[in-house]
Design a protein around this ligand. Structure first.
Ligand code: CA
Length: 392
């Protein structure tokens, strides 16, 4: 398939071709594509106008025809050996680059689209009520998050402090229940106009690709503050995103039918051929894989989430990020430690013999993902990682 000498352990194959922002010592950041264990510098190969920027936003704003044309050209460059002399000088060893946040995040929305996750949280926090909120099957529930604290993978996550319950009292202090949320994040390229809607069928005209997201959450702060307006400080201190944005086109072989929706959804959420993504996550806690959440289990599709976000006429902008919400399958394949350890009552044992209920200072969590590629292959979609630093 490719003339590049790729190894089985390389982080990316020659099909995924995810986009990111890289810099090498002394040079300003610009856009590159990951292939094998290299970063392909796009500025000399595909033009400074779109790619000589410290952000993907100009390319994201260029729209679907440009995204498709650039990807087609890149696939040609890495597969046809006649292009070897042209391409080779612009391959930078991945070990030599520094990766930045790949795009300027405009707005950040966080959904709640995994039925298993929503039911688990309902059982844990509202045991006397139905596990699913009343509206859950009618619309993709979500909230507007904090775009300014979306950080690139590898950024330290400082343990937040806040008000939390302590028995009958309320005290202020560092969170004692710091958690993760393994999610898929969708990146908007083409904006929409205020007052217009993005129908489910227009999803691919607006959304460029996907990142892996860890939406760090302080459960004790969240539990005290969230009624009635939802999460605030328990979620807004850090949301980590992978440095590589996988284009939707690379996920063509990963499309799967979503679960059966019952009752039938409103007309604006109906899609003739709805599809979700067969992406398999793995969550590693200090190097021990503790769960493998399946994205294909999401009840709501990314197209439905976008249609819902705009059905009231709210516009989307280039760089908008909306995340799926915690992806959870059957325990232990949960995207949060809240569910994995059942609110801390069933701790997990890591490879070093230590046990954990929630995150301790110094802990590192890495979320990776794979998906079906062409010809029965399995492609890697990168990773998002972060280490917990103590409260100052
Ligand atoms: Ca979340």
């Amino acid at each position: 398939m490719t003339w590049l000498p790729l190894g089985d352990d390389d982080p990316f194959d020659a099909w995924t071709l995810p986009y990111g922002v890289f810099s090498v010592a002394g040079a300003s950041p610009r856009v590159g594509v990951a292939v094998g264990s290299w970063v392909l510098d796009l500025t000399p190969l595909a033009g400074a106008e779109l790619f000589d920027h410290p952000t993907l936003n100009p390319f994201l704003a260029a729209g679907r025809p440009v995204w498709d044309a650039v990807r087609a050209r890149l696939l040609e460059l890495v597969t046809d050996p006649r292009h070897r002399d042209l391409v080779e000088p612009h391959l930078v060893p991945a070990a030599d680059v520094r990766l930045g946040l790949p795009f300027d995040v405009a707005d950040y929305v966080d959904f709640y689209a995994s039925q298993t996750h929503a039911e688990n949280v309902g059982r844990l926090f509202r045991p006397d009520n139905p596990a699913l909120p009343a509206a859950w099957r009618q619309l993709p529930i979500g909230y507007h998050g904090r775009a300014g604290t979306v950080v690139v993978s590898g950024t330290p996550v400082v343990r937040p402090s806040g008000l939390r319950r302590a028995g009958d009292a309320v005290e202020f202090g560092p969170s004692l229940r710091l958690d993760i949320e393994a999610e898929a994040g969708f990146v908007v390229g083409t904006p929409s106009a205020l007052g217009s809607r993005v129908p489910v069928g227009a999803f691919e005209d607006h959304v460029f690709g996907m990142v892996l997201v860890n939406d760090w959450s302080a459960r004790d702060i969240q539990a005290f503050e969230y009624v009635p307006l939802g999460p605030f400080l328990g979620k807004s201190f850090a949301t980590s995103a992978s440095p590589w944005v996988v284009p939707l086109a690379a996920l063509a072989h990963a499309r799967v039918a979503p679960p059966l929706r019952s009752p039938a959804v409103a007309p604006y959420l109906r899609d003739a051929e709805p599809w979700g993504l067969d992406v398999s996550f793995s969550v590693s806690w200090n190097g021990t894989v503790v769960s493998r959440p399946p994205l294909r289990s999401l009840y709501w599709t990314p197209a439905q989430m976008l249609a819902h976000m705009t059905v009231n006429g709210a516009s989307v902008r280039t760089g908008d990020l909306y995340a799926s919400g915690t992806v959870s399958g059957v325990r232990p394949d949960c995207g949060s430690f809240l569910e994995l350890t059942w609110n801390g009552t069933e701790p997990v044992t890591l490879a070093d013999g230590s046990t954990r209920a929630f995150l301790e200072d110094g802990d590192t969590v890495t979320i990776r993902a794979t998906a079906p590629g062409p010809d029965g292959s399995r492609q890697r979609l990168g990773a998002v990682t972060g280490t917990v630093h103590p409260s100052p």
